[in-house]
Design a protein around this ligand. Structure first.
Ligand SMILES: *[C@@H]1O[C@H](CO)[C@@H](O)[C@H](O)[C@H]1NC(C)=O
Ligand SMILES: *[C@@H]1O[C@H](CO)[C@@H](O)[C@H](O)[C@H]1NC(C)=O
Ligand SMILES: *[C@@H]1O[C@H](CO)[C@@H](O)[C@H](O)[C@H]1NC(C)=O
Ligand SMILES: *[C@@H]1O[C@H](CO)[C@@H](O)[C@H](O)[C@H]1NC(C)=O
Length: 291
C-alpha cells in the first residue's frame, strides 16, 4: 500500500543475532544510561527555567510615545521626600524660615467645534506638604535609605492625596507636579536678615524610590531602589529644576505555545535639567513624564 510508506514509526526488518536486533554489551548499557540521564537532567533544567523564567530572552526597544500613560503617585508606587540643607549640610525644617508648596497641574486640550480650535483648560490643586513619617515609605528596605538621609527632617506629600503625572505638555491630558520652596513671609516669620542669611545658599534634596529593570523576576520585572538627587540654590539665584520620569513597559510572554502577553508598566527617573528662575521661589521643582 502506497499510504503505509509515510509511516516513520515502522520498525526495521533486519537480520537478528542470537534472537536479538542488536549486539548489546555492558559498556554500551552504561553509556546508554549516562546519555539518557544527561538528556533527562537537561530537560528538567529547561522546563524549570521556563516555568520560573530564570533565563528569559529579552528584547529591548526604545520607543517614543506621544501620550505617556498616566502614573499615579502614592507611597506604594513612588515615595518621595523633599529636604533642605544649609551651607554646613544640616537638614532643617522651619516654617518661620521657608515652606514648600505643592501644586498639581492638570491641563486639558479640548476641541471647540464652533471655533475649530483646541482650547486649553487648566486646573490646579495647591497643597501643603507634611512632615515625613514611616507610612510615607511603607517598604522597610527602601525606608532604610531614607532614614540614612534623615527622613524625619524631610517633607512629604500628604498621605490622603492622589496625584498623577501624565502626557506631554500638548497631549489631550497633561499632568505635572510642582514644588515651590518659598521664603517665609508674614508676621510669624523669623527676622528677615536671619532668613536671608540661611537662604543665601542651600542644597535642595529629593529622595525618591526608583526602579530598574530586572528580567529574572517573571512576576514583577522591576526592582525598586532609593535614589537621592541634589541641587544647589540660593534666593539670590533661584533655580527651576525639571525632573523627568520615563514610562517603562514590560511585556512578558507567559504562554507556552500560543502568545500570552502580560504587561507591567512603571516609571523610572530619566533625567533632570536646571534653569535659572524668576523670583517666585528660591527653588521650583517640577516632576513630569517624558516620552
Ligand atoms: C467655543 O468657543 C466659543 C467662542 O469662543 C465659546 O463661546 C464657547 O463657549 C466655546 N465652547 C466650549 C465648549 O468651550
Ligand atoms: C459640536 O459639539 C456638540 C457638543 O459637544 C456636539 O453635540 C456636536 O455634534 C458637535 N458638532 C460637530 C460638527 O462635531
Ligand atoms: C515638623 O518637623 C519639624 C522638625 O522636626 C518640627 O519643628 C515641626 O513642629 C513639625 N511639624 C509638625 C506639623 O509636626
Ligand atoms: C534682626 O536681625 C538684625 C541683624 O542680626 C538685628 O540687628 C536685629 O536686632 C534683629 N531684629 C529683631 C527684631 O530680632
Amino acid at each position: 500500500m502506497g499510504f503505509n510508506k509515510i509511516d516513520i514509526f515502522g520498525s526495521n526488518v533486519s537480520i537478528k543475532f542470537q534472537g536479538l536486533d542488536a549486539h548489546q554489551t555492558r559498556v554500551g548499557a552504561c553509556f546508554t544510561v549516562l546519555v539518557f540521564t544527561l538528556v533527562f537532567l537537561r530537560l528538567i533544567i529547561l522546563v524549570n527555567n521556563s516555568v520560573n523564567g530564570y533565563n528569559p530572552t529579552v528584547l529591548y526597544q526604545e520607543r517614543f510615545v506621544q501620550d505617556p500613560k498616566m502614573f499615579e503617585i502614592t507611597p506604594n508606587s513612588l515615595s518621595l521626600a523633599l529636604g533642605l540643607l544649609d551651607m554646613n549640610f544640616n537638614y532643617y525644617i522651619d516654617e518661620t524660615i521657608f515652606n514648600i508648596q505643592g501644586v498639581h497641574i492638570i491641563k486639558q486640550n479640548v476641541w471647540n467645534n464652533s471655533t475649530n480650535q483646541y482650547e486649553q483648560i487648566l486646573s490646579q490643586k495647591v497643597f501643603n506638604l507634611v512632615n515625613c513619617t514611616d507610612e510615607h515609605i511603607p517598604d522597610p528596605q527602601l525606608r532604610d535609605f531614607f532614614l540614612q538621609s534623615n527622613l524625619y527632617m524631610h517633607q512629604c506629600i500628604p498621605l490622603d492625596l492622589s496625584l498623577q503625572i501624565q502626557g506631554q505638555f500638548n497631549s489631550e491630558v497633561y499632568q505635572e507636579l510642582n514644588f515651590y520652596f518659598k521664603k517665609c513671609s508674614g508676621l510669624k516669620c523669623k527676622n528677615d536678615s536671619d532668613i536671608n542669611k540661611l537662604l543665601s545658599s542651600n542644597n535642595v534634596e529629593l529622595v525618591f524610590t526608583d526602579i530598574f529593570f530586572s528580567p529574572q523576576n517573571k512576576e514583577n520585572p522591576f526592582t525598586k531602589f532609593s535614589r537621592d538627587l541634589y541641587w544647589v540654590t540660593s534666593q539670590n539665584l533661584p533655580r527651576f529644576v525639571n525632573v523627568f520620569m520615563r514610562n517603562n513597559y514590560v511585556e512578558t510572554d507567559v504562554g507556552w505555545i500560543t502568545q500570552n502577553l502580560m504587561t507591567n508598566i512603571y516609571p523610572s527617573y530619566s533625567y533632570d535639567d536646571v534653569q535659572v528662575l524668576f523670583r517666585l521661589a528660591f527653588i521650583f521643582l517640577l516632576i513630569q513624564n517624558n516620552i
